[in-house]
Design a protein around this ligand. Structure first.
Ligand code: B12
Ligand code: SF4
Length: 463
């Protein structure tokens, strides 16, 4: 039995535009969901994973599969449907799963033979068995899986060409921020894989650099932090010689022992959601964690950096409290916190989130011709109508935020600080230049976007 597992591409996602900007090579990640599915697949299946981000293969020239499995974030849905249609035309059954299939079940149902909602661990073998017997069901619901006894992902199935391998050690997030799909999809319970499983899987990864995809690697409660420390101790003890980056909440900087252990285990960078420079913005988003009294972001960032761990700060522009000037204010806040990189996104209503429900009920979703418009749901396009900012306004704020933060003098200042503090100036430079080159690409993308959608969807546009 032959199985193709496909990660569809979306050329509008800047991080995959490797040809346009060579710096993006440093940011190509592996589609872990497909490697996990492959790990759950019995040996009688011959598996090929296709990651279209590395190039779209000549599918008709490939041997005919018995089943095609497609994964998709919302931004990949359009391309997913094209691939599905092509295979279905040949009579090959297509199953789709992942976050978009779960949040937009009816839309996906119309376009594929079978849909897996939720996490696949509990149902994937059944899907394969049913395929073998020619009785694939229309829907399987995996819900929230137990992840304390899962086989390792098949890291061997994707060839080179990636900057980073990928691994997951926990699922779920109790925070339920209003713009984020994670709690809706992976639940509020923080589920942890057994540490020996994680270490064994880490050993199977070929790449020296790894992305730990957990939404919050250290969790929020004391027992989560204790587990993170145990995990870091075990990774350090296994002497894996890997360097990795992860996502965490700002409390990562609260505990010196945690930081020292993380650094010893190979942690070299952390992605932290600061989201907004204003308390009103944080309240808007439901990000109460960042509002804790006495929290000093600059001190937290410095403590993390002292362990030679880079900090990427993520911010959202277009909140209901954001007024003209928010771009510069965000860049100034990120500089004041001292982050090494700033990643600013447009507030985007993703299906399944509380923000989606709110914006939909208020008639504020501007790009709503689905499924075609999903390709713009990359968080790098202003797909909604913003309270105090027009289409031009919100784009100008984004550009001024990026231009301010990634101006050459500011980059050189960060590199100099990095040198002065004996950190990693070269990595700071490469990271900053990578983002800076994307600012140019983004400006072109915004101009195209305004040409295509400004007048019709927003009623305004000075292109
Ligand atoms: C790592 C990650 C990335 C990485 C790697 C992406 C990749 N290709 O693997 C990077 C940084 C590149 C990235 C980019 C983006 N991301 Co991202 N990312 C994640 C993150 C943190 C983890 C994903 C992951 O690897 N999970 C581990 C695997 C094992 O879980 P899984 O993917 O859910 O797969 C399971 C099930 O869904 C199911 N399943 C999945 N696919 C399939 C397919 C079949 C056939 C079946 C049967 C089952 C199945 O089975 C798996 C095992 O249970 C998630 C948050 C999250 N918790 O999901 C956000 C998340 C998926 N990302 C999100 C977004 C918005 C993006 C971007 C659009 C935005 C951006 N500018 O960053 C881009 C788009 C990239 C693209 N290719 O189009 C949103 C997606 C929401 C949505 N509705 O689409 C999420 C949920 C975060 C959020 N805050 O809401 N991302
Ligand atoms: S933004 Fe981060 S903290 Fe908030 S719900 Fe999503 S994963 Fe959790």
């Amino acid at each position: 039995m032959r199985l193709y597992l496909i990660n569809p591409s979306n050329p509008l996602v800047s991080i995959v535009r490797v040809k346009e900007s060579r710096w993006n090579r440093y940011r190509v990640w592996k589609p872990l969901s497909l490697m996990v599915l492959a790990g759950l697949t019995p040996p009688q299946w011959e598996i090929t994973i296709v990651d279209e981000n590395l190039g779209v293969p000549d599918y008709p020239a490939m041997p005919r599969p018995d089943l095609v499995g497609i994964t998709a974030f919302t931004a990949q849905a359009n391309r997913a449907y094209e691939v599905a249609a092509d295979f279905r035309r040949l009579g090959v059954p297509v199953v789709m799963g992942g976050i978009h299939a779960t949040m937009c079940l009816n839309e996906v149902m119309e376009r594929v033979d079978s849909v897996v909602t939720g996490e696949a661990e509990g149902v994937w073998r059944q899907v394969l068995e049913d395929t073998r017997h020619g009785c694939l069901k229309r829907r399987y619901d995996g819900g929230l899986a137990e992840i304390d006894n899962v086989p390792p992902a098949r890291h061997d199935l994707l060839a080179g060409g990636y900057a980073l391998g990928a691994i997951q050690t926990t699922r779920g997030c109790p925070m339920n921020c209003n713009f984020c799909s994670v709690t809706a999809f992976n639940g509020a319970r923080y589920r942890q894989r057994p540490i020996p499983d994680v270490v064994r899987e880490f050993q199977l990864i070929r790449e020296k650099h790894v992305l730990v995809v957990d939404d919050n690697l250290i969790g929020t409660r004391p027992e989560h932090i204790a587990r993170a420390k145990d995990l870091f101790r075990a990774i350090a003890q296994a002497n894996l010689r890997k360097e990795w980056v992860a996502q965490a909440t700002v409390n990562f900087g609260d505990d010196e022992e945690l930081l020292a252990l993380a650094a010893k285990a190979g942690c070299r960078g952390v992605f932290i959601g600061f989201e907004s420079p204003t308390p009103e913005g944080l309240l808007d988003l439901g990000k109460k964690f960042n509002l804790l009294k006495g929290r000093d972001f600059r001190a937290s960032v410095r403590r993390i950096q002292r362990h030679n761990i880079l900090v990427v700060g993520s911010f959202i522009i277009g909140l209901d409290n954001d007024k003209p000037g928010i771009g510069k204010r965000t860049a100034a806040a990120a500089s004041q916190y001292g982050v090494d990189n700033l990643n600013a996104m447009f507030l985007t209503p993703l299906p399944g989130t509380r923000l989606w429900d709110q914006m939909k009920s208020e008639g504020r979703i501007a790009l709503d011709t689905f499924p075609q418009d999903w390709k713009y749901y990359t968080l790098t396009f202003p797909v909604a109508r913003y309270k105090h900012l027009s289409l031009d306004g919100v784009i100008e704020e984004m550009i001024s935020c990026d231009r301010d933060f990634y101006s050459m003098p500011r980059i050189l200042r960060r590199v100099w600080c990095s040198l002065w503090r004996r950190r990693k100036p070269l990595i700071t430079l490469v990271g900053n230049l990578s983002y800076r080159s994307n600012v140019r690409l983004n400006c072109k993308a915004y101009a195209d976007f305004k040409c295509q959608h400004g007048k019709r969807r927003y009623g305004v546009s000075k292109v």
